[in-house]
Design a protein around this ligand. Structure first.
Ligand SMILES: Nc1nc2c(ncn2[C@@H]2O[C@H](COP(=O)(O)OP(=O)(O)OP(=O)(O)O)[C@@H](O)[C@H]2O)c(=O)[nH]1
Ligand SMILES: [Mg+2]
Length: 282
């Protein structure tokens, strides 16, 4: 799996550093430090989203290779944002509070966490290591009528650099799914749909074709793939869904936006308009 080349913007950043030093700008220096921290921590957050009971947690369990990692049930189940990280050590679980403080969680309690903003599961999984440029995130499903689940999702939804929408292919995409897809398409152009539970529907190919048409009619340029947790290749469904997401392109786009943003602030407002230079000459 191709790794992100994070050094691509080094020369731009060192030029900006020279500017910051030249003008003695602490603000620019701090922003460049933030930018360097951002780069070293950068990972592509892939949010696995969709209606409740569609099989999001099940597909992630298959991908990770641990059947009881994330709770699966017919009732609306996932209640907490759960970020999944690789580890070479024994798997361990962390709860993140609203103030961002973190506490270790007893593995026995990982399925019933309460009072946390989100959870981080560190799992010794070959696939998580293989796809380490991505951070996969399990999210509560929408459409369950459970206000708490909707709020958890709403508060986190714009944190994705990419999205996989898992739908239940016993039916086609409905207006709620399309509304949701339109919302996330404002945050990222890297979106895939998995028509899941394909084992349950003999007419799966018709459903997929119908979904393709409604995506197209709604102006959503989103690929759709079949999925089933019972398929022999169940562990490969998530990799297939992200196969069109080029990690380097995603990194470059996000970085360019950030650098141009910073540059505008300084070269635009401060240097171009002279405000930055003025103190030196007055
Ligand atoms: N037949 C079949 N059942 C599935 C499949 N995927 C999931 N299920 C079942 O569907 C139910 C819901 O699965 P979950 O993985 O909990 O679904 P979810 O999307 O995470 O649900 P929420 O967390 O409530 O949003 C469970 O009983 C699963 O065993 C599938 O591909 N085929
Ligand atoms: Mg779930």
């Amino acid at each position: 799996m191709k790794k992100i080349n994070k050094n691509k913007f080094d020369s731009t950043i060192s030029k900006l550093k020279n500017i910051a030093n030249h003008y003695g700008s602490d603000t620019l220096q701090n922003q460049l430090q933030d930018l360097e921290d951002f780069i070293s921590n950068f990972n592509i957050n892939v949010l696995v989203v969709g209606p409740f009971n569609a099989g999001k947690s099940s597909l992630l369990n298959k991908f990770i290779g641990v059947d009881d990692l994330l709770l699966e049930d017919d009732d609306p189940t996932t209640a907490l944002i759960t970020e999944l990280y690789p580890t070479s050590e024994e798997s361990h679980f962390v709860g993140v509070r609203d103030d961002n403080s973190e506490v270790d969680i007893d593995p026995e309690a990982k399925d019933t966490l309460k009072g946390f903003k989100k959870a981080k599961f560190f799992v010794n999984s070959e696939n998580l290591k293989k796809y380490a440029d991505f951070t996969f995130v399990d999210t509560p499903g929408y459409g369950s009528g459970i206000e708490a689940h909707n709020n958890v999702l709403k508060n986190y939804i714009n944190n994705g650099s990419a999205y996989i929408l898992v739908m239940n292919s016993e039916k086609t995409l409905d207006s709620q799914d399309l509304r949701f897809l339109r919302e996330i398409s404002q945050y990222s152009k890297y979106i895939s749909v998995i028509a899941n539970k394909a084992d349950r529907n003999a007419n799966i190919d018709m459903v997929v074709e119908h979904c393709r048409e409604s995506l197209e009619m709604n102006g959503l340029d989103v690929p759709i793939f079949k999925g089933s947790k019972w398929a022999e290749n169940a562990a490969d469904i998530i990799p297939t869904a992200i196969s069109g997401f080029n990690v380097q392109t995603i990194f470059d786009e996000i970085l360019k936006k950030k650098i141009v943003g910073n540059g505008r602030k300084f070269l635009g407002r401060n240097i171009y308009y002279g405000k930055f230079l003025r103190p030196q000459y007055t």
